[in-house]
Ligand binder design. Structure first.
Ligand code: BGC
Length: 579
């Protein structure tokens, strides 16, 4: 038991940082500040320059807001303009919009009553039928790029179809040929139609495809079954995902250059293995979380190599990165601006730096530099992969999803990170979205400058947006975040594209249909699911056309309003509540 609790502390704390963004009340208990002495030594943490121990660790009596850097006035500085070929788009995910994906772990999850209001993805925007309406929305709002998912369960709807692929004989090229033959003709056609329509739109909408956005076929991961062999727990996912990536690259590579292998790997780990809100619904599954992260890192590297091998066609003759390549591959990584909860506490500062490492840098460090902190202890030991040719250089751009900030309070009972996130829903003096998240464009600018300096790679904002059903805050949010991005570009950040989340209102995972993230609203009561442009969609069109945010636009932007209701980010259905 003792060993388990130490492991729990080591992994859970950093990952709860993401819980604070996606779940108002992490349903786990943690040791309190005084219940354990910090067993983290200076060698197994990520130190921050100049940080030294102090007596204020976990001291909630210090008025956090008094010196809060997140409340310092911020205004974007001089702003660069987007380069030629900049990708101006928005994003969706297959499961969140398509419908008719009943053969997935998420559909089972819904049937178990694990989504707020018992909402079902099948009642969503129905893009499997209404995809032309999505293309029209993109076109009408002047967008030049679209990030969407290609669902494994759509291409290989049955176990037999996947096993015919996976177990095919021969070298990789022969296998991929067999796989393309065993894949669903309807599934393949669906994405071909969508991609063709995007590319032939008058605005020429560049496709960016996501290969894994949290959803798996039910024959790969069934949340009703013993979890330890399911989904990402199974080491076979490394080769399965590489094979799937190869099939997609071979099938669509002639028309596609931009790829996201895995969406927000650490959110998947958190919600699936630590706080239990996503399938497989495990809580505090520490060893599992470590295994899943490692499998994802190696799977990403395999997917990268497979795409490079099977997509050798440059679909776009020009683009934001020169010279043009046949593929640009990354993950979409959820990055938050981390702060110490008490800015005066060096222990909080140290904990925030460690959380930053574990949630953000660990994954990038592995796939950019080949340095894998396999046990998450903050260092890459001699026994761990270092500058590993099997991992390094597997990124053509940094995919960054930015939604806001997190504050970390030191807690000596959490050995590795030495702290815990402060609940996102608490009032920190910042405006809020309908999901209770803080609106914080300053952090966006800082994240972009920092990641640009750290990795010296092009970046694409693969997601940024907010839940705002009335569209009262989205215009200002959009202006401020894009101004922050342009300001970061002026300061040297090399940014190739921006994708707003989301194109249309959609199925918000455990939040169901309460939060509305769309530039376009969807009438979920009408069988045709009509999409209607919100004012911010037209604002986006104007920004894309002019390629700038002016001081006058910022000054005239309507002030942020309080949300009329905060959407729950947990199910709280009778079954969940034990009723
Ligand atoms: C995810 C999306 C989700 C959005 C809003 C992102 O973390 O990639 O699938 O809908 O956040 O919660």
């Amino acid at each position: 038991m003792a060993v388990r609790s130490v492991q729990f502390s080591r992994m859970l704390a950093p990952l709860l940082v993401l819980a604070s963004a996606h779940c108002s009340t992490p349903p786990v208990s943690v040791p309190d500040a005084d219940s354990a002495s910090a067993d983290a030594t200076s060698s197994d943490i990520v130190a921050i320059d100049g940080a030294e121990g102090d007596a204020a660790a976990g001291d909630a009596s210090v008025a956090d807001a008094a010196m809060a850097p997140w409340l310092e006035p911020w205004a974007p500085g001089p702003r660069a303009r987007p380069r030629q070929g900049f990708l101006w788009g928005s994003a969706t995910a297959g499961y969140q919009i398509e419908g008719q994906l009943g053969n997935t772990d998420w559909a089972i999850w819904e049937s178990l009553g694990r989504v707020a209001n018992n909402d079902r993805a099948d009642d969503g925007p129905r893009s499997y039928e209404r995809w032309m309406d999505d293309v029209s929305a993109l076109r009408d709002s002047g967008q030049t790029a679209y990030r969407f998912g290609i669902e494994w369960a759509r291409l290989f709807p049955t176990r037999a179809s996947w096993e015919a692929c996976r177990d095919a004989m021969g070298d990789m090229a022969a296998k991929v040929a067999t796989c393309r033959a065993s894949a669903s003709a309807d599934g393949k056609r669906y994405y071909h139609q969508l991609i063709d329509a995007l590319r032939s739109s008058p605005t020429r909408i560049v496709p960016m495809v996501t290969l894994h956005h949290w959803v798996m076929p039910d024959y790969i991961a069934d949340p009703r079954m013993e979890f330890s062999t399911q989904g990402w727990m199974n080491n076979r996912m490394r080769t399965d995902m590489a094979l799937y990536a190869a099939v997609v690259a071979a099938e669509y590579g002639e028309k596609v250059d931009w790829y996201v292998t895995i969406n927000e790997p650490l959110v998947h780990v958190l919600a699936g293995y630590l706080d239990g809100r996503f399938p497989p619904g495990r809580t505090l599954e520490i060893d599992g979380a470590i295994r899943v992260i490692t499998n994802m890192i190696y799977a990403h590297a395999g997917m990268y190599d497979a795409i490079k091998q099977f997509d050798r066609t440059t679909a776009e003759s020009a683009g934001p990165i020169t010279p043009v390549q046949s593929s640009y591959v990354s993950v979409a990584h959820h990055i938050r601006r981390m702060y110490p909860a008490n800015p005066a506490s060096s222990n909080d500062a140290r904990a925030a730096a460690r959380a930053d490492w574990l949630n953000h840098k660990l994954f990038f460090e592995a796939i950019v530099r080949g340095n894998l902190d396999a046990n998450g202890d903050g260092t890459v030991a001699a026994t761990e992969p270092t500058n590993d040719p099997a991992l390094r250089g597997r990124v053509d751009y940094l995919g960054i999803n930015y939604y806001g900030m997190t504050t970390i309070r030191a807690n000596a009972g959490i050995p590795l990170v030495g702290g815990l996130p402060v609940n996102e829903e608490l009032d920190r003096g910042l405006p809020k979205t309908d999901f209770g998240w803080d609106i914080f464009p300053k952090g966006f600018e800082e994240v972009l400058v920092n990641y640009g300096n750290e990795y010296r790679l092009p970046m694409v904002i693969t997601e940024n947006g907010l839940a705002d059903s009335r569209d009262v805050n989205r215009p200002r949010y959009m202006l401020e975040h894009l101004a922050a991005m342009f300001s970061a570009m002026q300061r040297g950040a090399n940014i190739a594209g921006y994708f707003h989340w989301s194109t249309i209102d959609n199925f918000e995972w455990v939040g169901g249909y309460c939060p509305h993230f769309g530039l376009y609203s969807v009438d979920f009561t009408s069988p045709m699911r009509p999409r209607t442009a919100r004012p911010s969609a037209m604002l986006y069109r104007d920004i894309i056309r002019t390629g700038e945010i002016t001081d006058a636009q910022l000054m005239m932007a309507p002030a942020y309003q309080r949300p009329v209701r905060i959407c729950p980010a947990t199910a709280m259905n009778p079954r969940d509540a034990g009723m």
